[in-house]
Design a protein around this ligand. Structure first.
Ligand SMILES: Cc1cc2nc3c(=O)[nH]c(=O)nc-3n(C[C@H](O)[C@H](O)[C@H](O)COP(=O)(O)OP(=O)(O)OC[C@H]3O[C@@H](n4cnc5c(N)ncnc54)[C@H](O)[C@@H]3O)c2cc1C
Length: 385
């Protein structure tokens, strides 16, 4: 294979976006994955480009909510008892990061990335000839109780400070937007600037095709084979060993498989998530993703299925693992103690949203350009050595 400047390990939405941004800047890049692009976590997400995220999901502060989870009565969260001792340190960090002042800090630190989310997708979708997948129809959050809606005051205030429009709606207002919804909720919030895609897998594949059109190489290989060979990083692939001065670990929830043997142990946990496609019943349809905030599920119109629920398209639900750091920030930047190695993973609930913005930021850092935002909040150094 010809000279390679950078190896990107992982062809999910994050790695593919990194590879594409590096290729756009003239680097010779190999994108290495054991599967075809986009077929792991990036396949099964709800397709929301959630650029107007304010607060990340938080550890429950309400003892009753916590008790419901502990007793496995909460539809939005489940756990294996035997896994608790292993995940306890992460949960404690997550609880600490969920204090009100820490959530506000996270919202501010993440804003520069979220603010670019939709625009960076639009740019890549246009280049890739894949604009047809984009819906700029916002998204709708439903609240079944006054209590849950009343708890949004801080979020509304911060959204206003960030200049993000939102519309609080009653059930009739929400059903003007989405007539097929049953009136089982008391409040709704419409976020008009959110976008979504009709087929997340097709989007990653379109970005990979654009990457290949720019001369990038998509190759099957095992990222676990990453090791140093003289002054380079080497990985074994189906087309033989590949060497490059720079390598990027963009393996989402699988990143520890490669990083732990290199002595890089950052506190990543995974939150499982599921999807299932259903055919529509009757003429009912949705124009945008709708999330039932208190029951914890999202209805997202996809090319494969429609709302409301008729027959299911698949026999079993799909399960994916969201790669999550306890402070709800991804790691984007240099790998500690390993020259030429870069990290782009841990995008939790927002990997689709933030893939292209991450790709641009990391490519700017790797090529010595001025990054579009301060990358310090996303550095691995924040976890200490
Ligand atoms: C149910 C659900 C709904 C979601 N909804 C949304 C949403 O609406 N909006 C949003 O922004 N985000 C959403 N997310 C989160 C989002 O899907 C993830 O954050 C994102 O897909 C992570 O992308 P990634 O590229 O980091 O990881 P991945 O897509 O998992 O990519 C990692 C790649 O590494 C490869 N790999 C792993 N190990 C090896 C190895 N040893 N050798 C070679 N290759 C390897 C894998 O094959 C894979 O292709 C959702 C997640 C779930 C589970």
């Amino acid at each position: 294979m010809a000279r390679i400047d950078a190896i990107v390990l992982g062809a999910g939405i994050v790695g593919t976006s990194v590879g594409l941004h590096l290729a756009k800047r003239g680097l010779a890049v190999a994108l290495v994955d054991r599967r075809a692009p986009g077929e792991e976590t990036s396949y099964g997400n709800a397709g929301v480009i959630e650029g107007n995220t304010v607060f990340p999901p938080a550890f429950p502060s309400d003892p009753i909510a916590l008790l419901r989870i502990a007793l496995k009565r909460a539809p939005e969260a489940n756990y294996h008892l035997s896994f608790l001792p292993q995940v306890a340190p992460w949960l404690l960090q997550f609880r600490a990061a969920s204090r009100p002042e820490r959530l506000v800090e996270t919202a501010r630190l993440m804003r520069p990335l979220f603010a670019r989310a939709v625009a960076e997708h639009e740019a890549l979708l246009a280049e890739a000839g894949a604009e047809r997948y984009l819906r700029k129809t916002g998204w709708l959050k439903l609240y079944r109780s006054d209590r849950a809606f009343d708890a949004l005051k801080r979020e509304f205030a911060l959204a206003q400070e960030f200049g993000m429009p939102l519309h609080a709606l009653d059930p009739d207002g929400a059903r003007e937007l989405e007539p097929s919804l049953a009136p089982v909720f008391r409040h709704a919030v419409f976020w008009p600037l959110a976008a979504s895609v009709a087929d997340p897998l097709a989007v990653t594949k379109a970005y990979a095709a654009r990457f290949a059109a720019l001369g990038g190489v998509v190759v099957r290989g095992n990222a676990r084979s990453l090791h140093r060979a003289n002054a380079c990083w080497r990985v074994e692939t189906a087309e033989g060993p590949l060497d490059a001065a720079q390598a990027v670990v963009a393996l989402g929830p699988f990143a520890p498989d490669v990083l732990s043997p290199l002595g890089i142990t950052l506190p990543l946990a995974v939150k499982r998530g599921y999807h299932r496609h259903y055919r529509g019943a009757g003429n009912a349809a949705l124009a945008r993703p709708v999330v039932d905030m208190e029951i914890g599920y999202c209805l997202a119109p996809m090319d494969q299925g429609l709302f409301p629920l008729g027959e299911s398209v698949e026999t079993t639900p799909w399960m994916g693992s969201r790669p999550c750091f306890a402070d709800s920030r991804p790691v984007i930047g240099r790998a500690p103690g390993q020259s030429g190695l870069w990290l782009a993973y841990g995008h939790a609930h927002w990997g689709l949203t933030l893939g292209p913005a991450t790709g641009r930021l990391l490519a700017e850092m790797m090529t010595g350009a001025t990054p579009f935002c301060d990358p310090a909040p996303y550095g691995a150094e924040r976890f200490g050595r």
